[in-house]
Design a protein around this ligand. Structure first.
Ligand code: ZN
Length: 184
């Protein structure tokens, strides 16, 4: 699935419990972070026509979608959070939501099913699902719209949105504009 859907899938559950700004961000980011293995796309594209092309995306994409990395992310969240245990637990759950979303709806245009090598580095066995939706399927689009609506509602009701991760000022302006349009 796309990173926006993943991010929102972390953001919404991060608001179930009253986390502070930092802990919310840690949980939301844990739902996107497995896709850092996709950053190999940058050197791959840049070196495509060179004498020694790097095939990092082809070689490593999905490699970090595993239980060892999930635990590492959870430990990092523990180290960085204010409410350590709760944030670490939510981060672990968010990471797994990402994996479930990939198994559910990440089929490519050429009917290429994505498999999640969950047990790496211990085993190469991977998860896949024959009913996997396409990346641009109505299921994915519906889920994304639903998550966006909840995110907007949360911003309106609670007074903050994911923008707070970049700029608290920008976030306050966004919430103000939202509240001016829809009276509380
Ligand atoms: Zn992924």
């Amino acid at each position: 699935m796309n990173p926006v859907t993943h991010f929102l899938s972390g953001w919404v559950p991060a608001n179930i419990t009253p986390f502070n700004r930092r802990d919310r961000a840690l949980v939301a980011l844990s739902c996107v972070v497995p896709d850092v293995d996709g950053l190999g796309a940058i050197p791959e594209v840049l070196t495509k026509h060179s004498a020694h092309p790097l095939t990092w995306l082809s070689d490593y994409h999905h490699m970090l979608h595993n239980v060892a990395f999930a635990l590492l992310v959870s430990v990092a969240a523990f180290a960085l959070a204010t409410r350590r245990w709760k944030t670490a637990l939510f981060a672990l759950l968010a990471f797994h939501v990402h994996l479930l979303e990939d198994v559910a709806g990440s089929r490519g245009p050429a009917h290429d099913y994505w498999a999640v090598p969950y047990l790496l580095p211990f085993s190469r066995v991977s998860w896949t699902w024959s009913g996997q939706w396409a990346l641009n399927s109505w299921q994915n689009i519906t889920l994304t719209i639903l998550l966006l609506m909840i995110t907007f509602w949360l911003a309106w009701a609670r007074g903050y949105s994911p923008l707070e991760m970049v700029s608290t000022k920008g976030d306050a302006a966004f919430v103000d504009a939202l509240r001016q349009r829809v009276a509380r």
